[in-house]
Design a protein around this ligand. Sequence first.
Ligand code: AMP
Ligand code: MN
Ligand code: MN
Ligand code: MN
Length: 277
Amino acid sequence: MKADLHCHSYFSDGKHSPDFLLNRAETNNISHLAITDHDFVMNPKDFMLRKSKVHLISGVEISCEWQNREIHIVGIGIDPENSLLETMLLKQRANRETRVEKIHRLLLKADIDGLMKYFESQHCISKTRSHVADFLVLSGATKNRKLAFSRFLGKGGRAYVPAIWVSMEEAIYAISSSGGISVLAHPGRYKLSKYQLNGLVDAFKKTGGAALEVSYGNIHPNVKKALEETALKNKLFISAGSDFHDAGAHWTDIGKFPQISVPAEKYAVWQHPKWYF
Ligand code: AMP
Ligand code: MN
Ligand code: MN
Ligand code: MN
């Protein structure tokens, strides 16, 4: 078993097709791949995917609010046709749409036109600020994505628009209702103190969360070790994924994140009763 349970396609802010991701997974000897786009679940029935040795798992990464912070919950093994989840994701994507329109209006004030036209040329079903950052670089408004966030899109930037996300509880409930397993994504990226992280993990578990993502692209070995210990201490399962977006940039390749340690692997998410792939 070699699974990568977190990556993005061009249906959100990834740069590549699902076929490309499957191909890459096969090349890198991955047996199970979950494509987890931001607030969008791909239904394989709707797309002509190539035949692959890799087991494709339906997934999603939901942006949520917890105690006035943004956190991400990955859902794996969900039914893409579940109506409760779909209704919630439609609401999320509608809020993303509104946010992008507001950003567009703020950019117009800075004499930057063309964002909506740019989106027409993209495959995305879920619109993100990541797309807007690419547009700002492409149009010459900023030199790179980092500057796009600091000057325009991040807090304090001139085109900053706060997001409206569902609560963590709603996201976990929707994932569970659709038969999926909830994973707290990249817990080391939220800039939380140890105390705050314990509070988040506690709330996540109490609302039905099942697993912690303990390994992902660019994770520090000490953070990975601490997260494995946190998962075991809290009797949570363990998940891992590259969070791959783009082969042309410095994203971790599919399957190339640090491996889960041998003792922690006993609690890997593929031991979860809902895992059937
Ligand atoms: P959104 O979900 O629309 O707020 O967009 C967030 C996406 O933008 C994330 O998934 C990242 O890929 C990207 N992102 C967020 N902050 C930054 C940053 N400071 N620099 C570069 N990319 C970022
Ligand atoms: Mn992203
Ligand atoms: Mn994320
Ligand atoms: Mn992600």
